[in-house]
Design a protein around this ligand. Structure first.
Ligand SMILES: *[C@@H]1O[C@H](CO)[C@@H](O)[C@H](O)[C@H]1NC(C)=O
Ligand SMILES: *[C@@H]1O[C@H](CO)[C@@H](O)[C@H](O)[C@H]1NC(C)=O
Length: 503
């Protein structure tokens, strides 16, 4: 049974990766960093080929997650190659994402064990069902977002915190230290907002007497400063800027200079009124019930609610800043659901309770189904480039320009299958014709048309008229625009392919 539940968790994350293999702009820094580490290696001479020197993004991010991911993926790639599962570079992207999803799923399975030990088997079963039928977490588990790297240690600490029998009131002293150390590492290296989770937690452990003041300071100095030194060393090297501590720079840039507000400011209550309901789906009402029904749950939920209240103070809000709270809410929701299903079935009330749980789970499934098919249509750039690689595969001398929108919606470096670099030592032959993939930004249609080299363009369909009549469309890809109440019709397309060798 236990193995089955673990498999369900793993399987769900894999299905999401396979259904939506392409990636968006938020993931591209870590995806491309992983690509570069895999293809070029990490020697000083290799650095000049790295993508982030050409496309650095708004703030520097840490390479630590990507380097680890690339190293973990290497044996998986070799194994897949030996089984003849690798056909081109694009398959490596899938493997990398599956490896990340697997790491996430392992952390998640540990949490499930802890939930089972602390709250019982029924709650752990409901926890798995609730999590698998939710959309956002399983969908993002295999996506190379800094937050997803951060989730692994945050989850591990959640596991350590909860890994105790039902009647113990306090966590093990050694666990407390590990939790604090892990969170300090995460905040320093991956996402500084984890500090807002760590702060209240540290205070709580201090007030409850789980650690002494001296112990707390020692952990802070050893792990906080140690992690800071690690990220500074690694990232100064990869960015060739000395000294660079990416998360500290991020705080400076986003919070002190207020730059993040330029991405848009949302009202104070947004996390509670909009993001949490979307992330949690039916876990939200169930977690309220769990909160009321179980005092252990209360202690857990209060920590994360404090975190959300604190982070609500930042003007710029995104759902992924609070993704760490989902597992906690799911634990609470599972306790709520367990309370509902354990009412006596002989009474009407008991039957209604059971019906309510089934209804809520059915709602989860429906919502996740709709969100999944929507998101599958959300990567027209990736689909367009993959289709183009097929259509033009027997041409030599291709120099294709990839528009900004296409690059943002999935046309990643891994999809540049007809051009080097190639992963060393694969059994597949590199393609015979080597193409140019050109991602230069801000080229106007006139410039593109005037260019001698460019033979093909991947661009938005609505800009087709701008390019003039000498370009012939050779294919188009539908993208998702919005839902309409006309079954079967998906509206509005972006990202179509055009061709111009008949000029
Ligand atoms: C953390 O745990 C949640 C569920 O508890 C899971 O969905 C998520 O993928 C895990 N993430 C990581 C990075 O381990
Ligand atoms: C991309 O195309 C533009 C316009 O023709 C050209 O100036 C630029 O050098 C090209 N980039 C590469 C890497 O070939």
């Amino acid at each position: 049974m236990s193995a089955l539940l673990d498999l369900a968790l793993l399987g769900t994350s894999w299905i999401h990766v396979l259904l939506a293999p392409y990636t968006k702009v938020e993931e591209s820094f870590n995806l491309h960093a992983t690509h570069d580490v895999l293809m070029y290696g990490v020697q000083p001479a290799a650095l000049e080929n790295y993508d982030h020197f050409v496309f650095p993004g708004a703030v520097p991010r840490t390479f630590i997650g990507s380097v680890l991911l690339a190293w973990l993926s290497t044996p998986a790639i070799r194994a897949a190659d030996a089984l003849e599962l690798v056909h081109d570079k694009a398959d490596l992207q899938l493997i990398v994402r599956l490896v990340l999803a697997t790491c996430n799923a392992i952390a998640f399975c540990l949490i499930r064990r802890a939930v089972s030990r602390r709250f019982g088997g029924l709650t752990s079963l409901l926890f798995v069902i609730l999590t698998c039928t939710q959309f956002h977490l399983p969908f993002w588990m295999g996506r190379t977002l800094p937050n997803m790297f951060a989730l692994i240690p945050v989850n591990l600490s959640l596991y350590l915190w909860n890994n105790r029998t039902p009647h113990t009131t306090r966590p093990w002293p050694s666990s407390v230290k590990q939790v604090l150390a892990l969170l300090a590492f995460t905040a320093a290296v991956f996402r500084s907002e984890v500090l807002l989770l760590l702060g209240p937690l540290a205070l709580q452990t201090l007030i409850c007497g789980y650690v002494s003041v001296f112990g707390l300071v020692k952990i802070g100095v050893v792990y906080g400063l140690g992690s800071a030194a690690l990220t500074t060393l690694v990232d100064s090297y990869f960015w060739q800027r000395w000294p660079l501590w990416p998360e500290l720079y991020g705080i400076y840039f986003n919070v002190l200079e207020g730059k993040s507000a330029e991405w848009g400011v949302l009202p104070y209550h947004t996390y509670f009124s909009s993001f949490l309901p979307k992330l949690l789906l039916s876990s939200l009402p169930l977690s309220v019930l769990g909160f009321l029904a179980n005092s252990h749950v209360r202690g857990l939920v209060v920590q994360v609610v404090i975190f959300i209240v604190l982070i609500s103070g930042l003007g710029h809000k995104e759902w992924r800043f609070v993704i760490y709270v989902i597992p906690v809410f799911n634990i609470a929701a599972a306790c709520g659901a367990a309370w509902l299903v354990s009412r006596r079935k002989s009474t009407i009330f008991g039957k209604l309770c059971l019906l309510a749980v089934i209804g809520l789970l059915a709602f989860n499934c429906l919502a996740t189904y709709l969100l999944t098919i929507t998101s599958m249509a959300n990567y027209p750039g990736g689909e367009a480039l993959a289709a183009f690689n097929e259509i033009a595969s027997n041409h030599d001398d291709v120099h294709v320009h990839i528009s900004n929108l296409a690059a943002q919606t999935g046309a990643s470096l891994f999809l540049q299958t007809h051009a080097p670099p190639y992963f060393p030592g694969l059994s597949i032959e590199p393609p015979t014709h080597v193409w140019m993939y050109n991602k230069t930004e801000h080229l106007s249609p006139q410039l593109l048309s005037a260019s001698r080299e460019i033979t093909h363009i991947i661009a938005e369909a609505d800009s087709a008229a701008l390019y003039g009549p000498e370009w012939t469309p050779i294919g188009s890809i539908l993208g998702f625009d919005r839902w309409q109440f006309r079954p079967g019709v998906k509206d509005a397309l972006r990202g179509s392919l055009m061709d111009r060798f008949e000029r």
